[in-house]
Design a protein around this ligand. Structure first.
Ligand SMILES: O=C1O[C@H](COP(=O)(O)O)[C@@H](O)[C@H](O)[C@H]1O
Length: 467
């Protein structure tokens, strides 16, 4: 919702890649969509930038998404850059003082620097409605995430802490709320009574893209599954919230997360692999271990699969596979809900092979309900048909949604502190098993579908089969 009051967005680490590639284009999208919104953008970083150089950067980022309009122009006119050491109290004070309203402080910084900056903020008297926005990774395990929560809560209350997960701002994920809770038809089908299994897959064709410094210590499991895919899953399986308020939605998500366990409590059911050199869409990719900045001895996986179970009355017994990887041949980003077979199928329908499936693409925004129907010709021959729905994509890009929530003080799309801790709790047994090498690190060729020896997802595996 547009506000006439000017909000101050203070980006720490503003000269970095995250700000240029995601935050500023996201802000531009928001400003173009809401011409009455006024945002004072202050960038801070260690780099020596003149105001003119900073303005040129912001302008370039805004132009990359063709953002226009009075709100865009107003921000471009007023934005400034302040060179600062964000781990020094005096510099932080200078930055906060430069904000014309209570700031939203966005940490576009590596986690260690974010913690140091928070340590200083804790000692300062901040304007009353200051809010904080932090990127993942939020801690490195359950304990460190709890410790970070404690530190943040000494600075501002929970409802003003935004642990950013841009997947929660994606229109498909937002559409899950409408699909599940604004229809009579779908919701009753989503339980262990009717669902055989679920897969959430986010296969990317991109490789490392010069992110070794971060990714080599994260790997696919932490980079994508521990953070984003568990959050998406929580939205898919949570009980209906009474309202879409931050508190109601996050309470329901948290209950769902708390019920999640690794399938059979057996981390050996997980898989990990790393890409070797190959070609994707005509583009040659070196092996992961040959990428700049990679330390092969870390044994970082670039493809991960885990099967989880939501141990509650609604979902117990339904295997849910979460998978994400880089440098894969196919761009596949989808949630697939596979339904059980009918309790009785007339024997004449002997050509029936496939179960019903609800396929929700995470990008582009499309949904297919794949069903068995009587095809043309012999009426007893069963054919497949799909009901297709194209969701209208949201007005805002994911980072636009995220920034809108932050600037408006609405934490519904942010990850709550207890949910961040829960994410680590769920994957901890897998991380421990991998550290002890109890699960082999397989190879796959860049551009392939993953290791040839892996079964192709739950849909093809025997139901509830322990792998
Ligand atoms: O947060 C991340 O997400 C991206 C995938 O999201 P997209 O919106 O860019 O498709 C992933 O490539 C990256 O490794 C991860 O850190």
């Amino acid at each position: 919702m547009a506000t006439s009051k000017t909000s101050s967005l203070l980006i720490l680490g503003a000269s970095g890649d995250l700000a240029a590639r995601l935050l500023m284009p996201g802000l531009a999208g928001l400003l173009a969509h809401e011409p009455d919104r006024r945002v004072q953008l202050i960038g801070a970083g260690v780099e020596d930038l003149t105001d003119a150089q900073w303005k040129a950067r912001v302008k370039e980022s805004f132009a990359s998404v063709k953002a226009k309009g009075p709100a865009v122009q107003a921000t471009l006119r007023s934005t400034k850059y302040i060179k600062a050491d964000v781990t020094a109290k005096d510099d932080l004070q200078k930055l906060v003082d430069a904000c014309t309203s209570d700031p939203a402080i966005y940490f576009a910084l590596p986690p260690a620097i974010t913690e140091l900056a928070c340590g200083q903020l804790q000692k300062m008297e901040l304007p009353p409605a200051t809010s904080l926005a932090l990127e993942k990774p939020f801690g490195t395990d359950e304990r460190s995430a709890k410790k970070l929560n404690t530190l943040l809560l000494k600075i501002v209350p929970e409802n003003r802490i935004h642990r950013v997960d841009h997947f929660l701002g994606r229109s498909t994920v937002l559409n899950l709320l409408g699909l599940r809770f604004a229809n009579r038809l779908i919701e009753p089908m989503l339980s262990n009574r009717d669902v055989e299994n679920i897969e959430i897959v986010y296969d990317e064709q991109l490789g490392l893209e010069n992110r070794a410094r971060y990714y080599d210590h994260a790997g696919a499991l932490v980079d994508m599954i521990q953070s984003h895919l568990l959050q998406v899953l929580a939205v898919l399986v949570m009980e209906a919230p009474a309202t879409l308020s931050a508190q109601d939605v996050r309470d329901q998500k948290q209950l769902a997360l708390r019920a999640m366990r690794i399938w059979d409590d057996d981390p050996a059911s997980s898989r990990r692999a790393r890409y070797t050199g190959g070609t994707i869409n005509g583009r040659k990719l070196p092996a992961y271990v040959k990428e700049d900045g990679v330390d092969p001895s870390l044994g970082t996986e670039t493809l991960a699969e885990v099967v989880v179970e939501v141990r509650n009355m609604r979902w117990a017994g339904v295997p849910i596979m979460l998978r994400s990887g880089k440098a894969l041949g196919d761009y596949r980003r989808e949630i697939v809900v596979t339904f059980k077979a009918p309790t009785h199928v007339p024997p004449e329908f002997h050509t029936l092979k496939e179960p019903d499936r609800l396929r929700i693409l995470i990008d582009p925004d499309e949904m297919f309900l794949e069903l068995n129907v009587n095809g043309p010709g012999d009426p007893l021959v069963i054919d497949r048909a799909a009901l297709e729905a194209v969701f209208n994509p949201g007005d805002l890009p994911a980072y636009g949604e995220v920034l809108q929530g932050i600037l408006d003080g609405d934490a519904a799309l942010s990850v709550r502190g207890d949910a961040a801790v829960e994410g680590w709790r769920i994957v901890a047994p897998v991380l421990a098993a991998w550290r002890k090498n109890e699960v082999p690190l397989d190879d796959y060729r860049a551009g392939s579908a993953g290791p040839a020896s892996w079964p192709k997802g739950l849909a093809e595996a025997a139901p509830a089969q322990k792998r």
